[in-house]
Design a protein around this ligand. Structure first.
Ligand code: NAD
Length: 367
């Protein structure tokens, strides 16, 4: 059988630096676990603009549609800040999400014990935290029509429209229930059904889908209360399902419970392809970090954890994903730190490559 295929789009800034470490991890799985991938690489963001004048070439888009999963580094940087909106590096990312129809954005918020002191919350509130936010990514107020700024009675008026079809709510809800079945069998749906009709529909549809997942304990929460609960007692949650706008805010809030931006992975999933695997793109939450680019300071863990999500959600390799996550947990427990993870006690930080080295050693030890 052919190896599963991966398209690597390392992008800009620290994207290629952190992706280099992921490539070494991918090679390790090929050499030591008989889990080889057909890896191809291409340009996205500013790097694609420099070569092609567009942040994503049509050929790259076609490749992304044909592979089993896309791994993306980061896009953007000051060099591209003044470009026209239509060719900004971020447009490459948005085009991938839109044309691959990646409607379910999975953002885990997991607190590694060794880093519990990094949270802005008290250690006992976050230690052992493991929650997953599923954000609807392709609809809602960021896309709804009408939108724009126009004049009314000599005054400017800004309009955006929150619009959801029941099909859009339902497919995301199914993704969230499926995840809950594989985790702690608890799902909390968040909307504002008290003040928004789209919230009432959201609640109705999620309740209907729940009939197909009777084993999952479903609760509903207003999103503003959800924000409070996330910082008050985050461990009450397992999976949270919410819309594009609330998900944008709530997932950033949950992410910060765990400390550094350099630790946060994400997955964006679409409908199943002919081979049964979902359309999928995996990427760290952080950006291209121009302030540390080229200095060997970037933490590669967010990008490596994104590959662990690919193992779990695209390739049905949950045990190997566990192995990789355990290796990361071990090196952190042993005190390995990149500069962003240095506490007040100081010490010498590891470089990007050195962090890759110790994770590879921990993987070797796991055999
Ligand atoms: P950023 O995430 O790039 O950086 C924010 C801060 O976190 C910086 O101080 C950076 O050094 C630090 N940081 C980020 N990732 C790190 C890592 N892996 N290891 C250590 N430290 C890390 O956000 P920003 O500075 O607001 O944006 C920089 C550029 O990235 C902009 O052009 C922005 O548009 C783009 N951006 C891209 C994405 C993406 O590709 N998905 C996401 C956010 C921002």
């Amino acid at each position: 059988m052919a190896n599963p295929s991966l398209l690597i789009l390392a992008g800009d800034g620290i994207g290629p630096e952190v992706m280099n470490e992921v490539k070494r991890i991918i090679d390790w799985f090929g050499a030591k676990r008989d889990l080889a991938f057909d890896v191809s690489e291409d340009l996205v963001g500013g790097a694609a603009y420099d070569k092609h004048g567009v942040p994503l070439h049509d050929d790259t888009m076609a490749k992304a549609q044909s592979v089993d999963a896309v791994l993306l580094g980061a896009v953007g940087g000051p060099k591209y800040d003044d470009l026209d909106f239509s060719v900004k590096p971020e447009r490459g990312l948005l085009r991938l999400r839109k044309e691959m129809d990646l409607f379910a954005n999975l953002r885990p918020a997991q607190c590694f014990d060794a880093l519990a002191d990094f949270s802005s919350l008290k250690k006992d509130i976050v230690a052992g935290l493991d929650i997953m936010i599923v954000r609807e990514l392709t609809s809602g107020v960021y896309f709804g029509e009408p939108r724009g700024i126009h004049m009314e009675d000599n005054m400017r008026v800004g309009i955006n429209t929150q619009r959801y079809t029941e099909a859009e709510i339902e497919r995301g809800a199914r993704a969230a229930f499926e995840l809950a079945m594989k985790r702690g069998k608890k799902l909390c749906s968040m909307e504002k059904a008290n003040v928004m009709e789209s919230g009432i529909l959201w609640r109705d549809v999620v309740t209907e889908v729940h009939r197909d997942y009777p084993e999952v304990e479903l609760s509903h929460m207003y999103a503003d209360n959800g924000a409070m609960q996330l910082v008050r007692a985050p461990k009450q949650f397992d999976v949270i399902y919410t819309d594009n706008l609330f998900g944008d805010i709530l997932s950033d809030c949950a992410a910060m419970l765990t400390g550094s931006l350099g630790m946060l992975p994400s997955a964006s999933l679409g409908l199943p392809m002919a081979n049964g695997r979902p359309k999928a793109m995996y990427e760290p939450v952080h950006g291209s970090a121009p302030d540390i680019t080229g200095q060997g300071k970037a933490n590669p863990i967010a990008c490596i954890l994104s590959f662990a999500m690919a193992l779990r959600y695209s390739f049905d390799q949950g045990a190997e994903a566990d192995r990789l996550e355990a290796a990361i947990e071990k090196v952190l427990a042993d005190g390995a730190r990149t500069a962003d993870l240095m506490g007040p006690e100081g010490g010498t930080p590891l470089s990007t490559t050195q962090m890759g080295d110790v994770i590879l050693s921990a993987l070797d030890e796991s055999l």
